[in-house]
Write a protein that binds this ligand. Structure first.
Ligand SMILES: [Zn+2]
Length: 111
């Protein structure tokens, strides 16, 4: 079973208690991090946007998030934290990949 880890406290974070959060200051997106909801810890809380892990680890939520990014690039937003975004997306896509493999294994053992 693949697990997700909090970028702030380093402990395991479950889908129910975690978020992917970032900073949206009106012209740039930055500070992408996967954390427990109470560990988001961004310097300026009123510019913080987030999505729950249980939503973004579903295909619909994941594609919605990529749409949201595309909408921001279209508006001329800068991406200030490529590494953070890449790290977060990597954790999430690895999670989805293992999850879908488990489902395939479950359905083939049932046959
Ligand atoms: Zn944490």
């Amino acid at each position: 079973m693949v697990k997700l880890y909090c970028d702030v406290c380093g402990k395991e974070v479950t889908l129910e208690e975690g978020t992917l959060s970032w900073r949206d200051d009106g012209n740039a997106l930055s500070d992408f991090r996967i954390t427990h909801k109470e560990d988001q810890n961004h310097p300026d809380p009123k510019h913080v946007a987030y999505i729950h892990l249980w939503i973004i680890t579903g295909i619909a939520g994941y594609t919605r998030f990529t749409e949201l990014l595309a909408d921001h690039w279209e508006k001329g937003y800068a991406l200030k934290d490529y590494k953070g975004l890449k790290k977060a997306l990597d954790q999430i896509s690895t999670y989805i990949w293992h999850k879908s493999k488990e489902n395939i294994q479950k359905s083939t053992t049932r046959l």
